[in-house]
Design a protein around this ligand. Structure first.
Ligand SMILES: Nc1ncnc2c1ncn2[C@@H]1O[C@H](COP(=O)(O)OP(=O)(O)O)[C@@H](O)[C@H]1O
Ligand SMILES: [Mg+2]
Length: 257
C-alpha cells in the first residue's frame, strides 16, 4: 500500500512547494509511482514549478471537490525523461487558480470527506508508492485533515525563531493525531554545520531530522519556474533533496514491499 506524506510548515514561504516538487521528482526518478497534490487551495503554487500555465483549462482538485471530475481526470501525468527511463511515474493534482473557484470554496466550504476520499482514491487508483501533499501553511481544516490522513508528516522549518515556535505547534498537533513526524530544515547558510543543526533541532523538538537543505541561490534564481533536481542536479540543494528521498524510502519502506 502506498504511503501518504504531508509536507507542512507553520509559516508560509519556507520552501514547501519547491521541496514537494523536487522530492516527488527524485522519488519518481528512482522508479517509483508518485503523485503530488496541491492542497493549498487558497494560495496554490506548485503548478508553476512543473510549467503548468495558469489559464490553461484543466481539471483541478477543486473540480473533484465540486463533483465535476474523477480522480483520473485531476491527476495530470508529468512528462519527464528521467522518470520514464527509470520506469517511474509522476503526477500533479493542481489546485485551481480561478478566482471564482477559490472564492466559492472560501465562501461555501466543501465536503471534507471528499478530500479524504481524494487522497485514498489517488493512492489506490494510480497504484502509487507515494502521495505527497503540499499543504497550506498554518493550522486550518485541510492541514489537520492532511496530517490525520498521512502516514508521515514532514515539517519544514528554517533557523528562525518564528518558525521554531510555529513548528512546536504543528508537532504537537501531529503527536495528538499519531502521525509519524520528521523535520526538514531548509535554507541553512554555509556558516552552519549540518550535523550541528541536526543535533540542535532534534534536541529542541524531540523528533528526527530527515535532512538539512542549504541556502540555494540557484533555486532562488529559478524562481519556482522549474524543478532544480531535474534542471541542475549537481547543485548542493538538489543533491540534498535526493538524500531526503532516499531516507524517506528507508523510513517508509513499506511502500516498496
Ligand atoms: N533553500 C533555499 N534557498 C534559497 N531559496 C529558497 C530555498 N527554499 C526555498 N526558497 C525560495 O523561497 C521561496 C518560497 O518557496 P516555496 O517553495 O514557494 O515556499 P512555500 O510553498 O512554503 O510557500 C521561493 O522563491 C523559493 O525559490
Ligand atoms: Mg507553497
Amino acid at each position: 500500500m502506498g504511503k501518504v506524506v504531508a509536507i507542512h510548515s507553520f509559516r508560509g514561504g519556507t520552501g514547501k512547494s519547491n521541496i514537494s516538487a523536487n522530492l516527488g521528482f527524485c522519488l519518481a526518478r528512482r522508479g517509483l509511482k508518485v503523485a503530488i497534490i496541491d492542497s493549498d487551495i487558497v494560495s496554490p503554487g506548485i503548478h508553476a514549478i512543473f510549467g503548468f500555465e495558469p489559464d490553461a483549462p484543466r481539471h483541478t482538485l477543486n473540480s473533484f471537490l465540486a463533483g465535476n471530475a474523477t480522480i483520473k481526470e485531476i491527476a495530470h501525468p508529468i512528462d519527464m525523461p528521467e522518470v520514464a527511463a527509470a520506469g517511474g511515474a509522476l503526477y500533479l493534482i493542481p489546485s485551481s487558480l480561478e478566482l471564482s473557484e477559490i472564492s466559492h470554496i472560501l465562501r461555501n466550504g466543501y465536503n471534507v470527506s471528499l478530500l479524504i476520499k481524494a487522497f485514498k482514491d489517488l493512492v489506490s487508483q494510480l497504484t502509487l508508492d507515494f502521495l505527497l501533499i503540499d499543504t497550506h501553511p498554518g493550522i486550518n481544516e485541510e492541514t489537520l485533515l492532511a496530517i490525520a490522513v498521512a502516514d508521515c508528516l514532514i515539517v519544514v522549518l528554517r533557523l528562525d525563531k518564528q518558525d521554531y515556535q510555529g513548528t512546536g505547534i504543528t508537532l504537537e498537533v501531529s503527536r495528538k493525531l499519531g502521525t509519524r513526524r520528521l523535520l526538514l530544515v531548509n535554507n541553512v547558510t554555509a556558516d552552519h554545520d549540518p550535523r550541528e543543526v541536526t543535533t540542535s533541532v532534534e534536541d529542541a523538538f524531540g523528533a528526527s531530522v530527515i535532512g538539512v537543505l542549504p541556502h540555494a541561490p540557484a533555486l532562488m534564481a529559478l524562481g519556482s519556474s522549474a524543478c532544480i533536481c531535474q534542471k541542475e542536479p549537481d547543485q548542493p540543494f538538489a543533491a540534498a533533496i535526493d538524500g531526503v528521498a532516499g531516507r524517506l524510502i528507508d523510513v517508509e519502506g513499506g511502500a516498496l514491499q
